[in-house]
Design a binder for this molecule. Structure first.
Ligand SMILES: [Mn+2]
Length: 355
């Protein structure tokens, strides 16, 4: 553990049983239901001393990101919960307003027709919220467990020691600047600039016919692995020649299943990857990422588990008037050390390892 000295790597209490909750994305009611089924009270206290762990991405897109964040901050302060930072919290800290963040970034008026009705964060509390989130780590760990939002990447974790600062935004800025310097040295830089200039707002327009853009693709590819803060919270990418539109933007890279190379004996629990609880109707780029059953551990050594079952897409179901009881998207927890999956509808499933 000494080899990972960084203010953004913290220890979980040893031997305490945990319930590790996937990306919440502002879905306040499913969160309340899930912690109820897990046996916690309304403050996140458990009568048998269990603790909650969140894998990040608590906010954006859902009905009530303010309630989810305020509740979690209180539960962390009272010692009932632990959380790491996801890419959505990082965007908030570095003032990067992305799709679905209009509850905080009021300039994002285009979010209103998509996600409303939803709760906005009170203006006077916004700075305070950022200060609280700025204290969250990137990694939580103990002898039998590693928690990170997207990817456990030893090289990125080592890089966290290279530039020391207690401000995550500052660490991120340092590495982003280094990435831009390095990218400018590559042959892709001019290609990238020309593509951005030519495409403009078409990059966010789902209805335009998009072709492969090699400059933007290589920009996203290098950026995903260069900055350790980004790599740990968003994972690393691989090129795809078939552009696809997701989360408000055209993409030319796909998420790389890093867990296939993870060979250490300590379990890693992640969120971020929009796993599907159902096998049918899954988008092509996701089907390639997860060939495993939704209850299965990942990677050659079956030591990685993704506990995100895409509740961040429930806003789509609401637009189609699909009731929560009929939802195909779930918030879930992985009980540790039991390795049981608990869904927001109260159902329990034993996770599985193939051997
Ligand atoms: Mn994420």
């Amino acid at each position: 553990m000494d080899s990972y000295q960084s203010p953004f790597i913290r220890l979980l209490p040893a031997s305490v049983p945990l319930d590790i909750i996937g990306d919440v994305h502002g879905e306040w009611l499913p969160l309340q239901q899930l912690i109820h089924f897990l046996g916690y009270d309304e403050y996140g206290h458990h009568p048998r001393g269990r603790k909650l762990v969140f894998v990040g991405d608590l906010c954006d897109r859902g009905t009530d990101s303010p309630a989810v964040l305020d509740w979690t901050i209180d539960a962390v302060a009272s010692g009932n919960a632990y959380t790491v930072i996801g890419n959505h919290e990082l965007n908030l800290l570095i003032n990067d307003p992305k799709d679905g963040s209009g509850w905080f970034f009021t300039d994002r008026t285009q979010d209103e027709e998509r996600y409303a009705p939803w709760q906005h964060y009170a203006q006077y509390k916004r700075q305070q919220l950022k200060e609280k989130i700025a204290q969250w780590p990137l990694i939580l760990q103990r002898d039998d467990l590693r928690i990170v939002h997207a990817a456990w990447l030893p090289d990125s974790i080592k890089k966290l020691r290279e530039y020391q600062s207690s401000s995550l935004a500052e660490v991120n800025n340092y590495w982003e600047a280094r990435f831009h310097d390095d990218f400018r040295q590559t042959a892709w830089y001019e290609v990238y600039r020309a593509e951005i200039e030519q495409l403009g707002s078409q990059l966010e327009n789902e209805n335009c016919a998009m072709t492969f853009q090699p400059g933007i693709a290589h920009y996203d590819l290098l950026r995903s692995s260069h900055n350790p803060v980004r790599a740990l919270t968003s994972g690393i990418q691989a090129l795809t020649t078939t552009p696809f539109y997701i989360n408000g933007r055209w993409r030319f890279t796909i998420r790389k299943p890093w867990w296939q190379q993870y060979s250490e004996p300590i379990a890693v629990i992640i969120g971020h990857y929009w796993r599907s609880w159902y096998r049918d109707g899954v988008a092509e780029h996701r089907r390639e990422l997860f060939r495993e059953a939704p209850t299965q551990w990942l990677g050659e050594h079956q030591q990685v588990f993704c506990i995100d079952y895409s509740i961040g897409a429930r806003w789509r179901e609401r637009q189609q008037s699909i009731q929560p009881a009929q939802s195909r998207m779930h918030l879930a927890a992985l009980r540790w050390p039991e390795k049981v999956i608990v869904l927001d509808n109260g159902k329990n499933y034993l996770s599985e390892k193939k051997h």
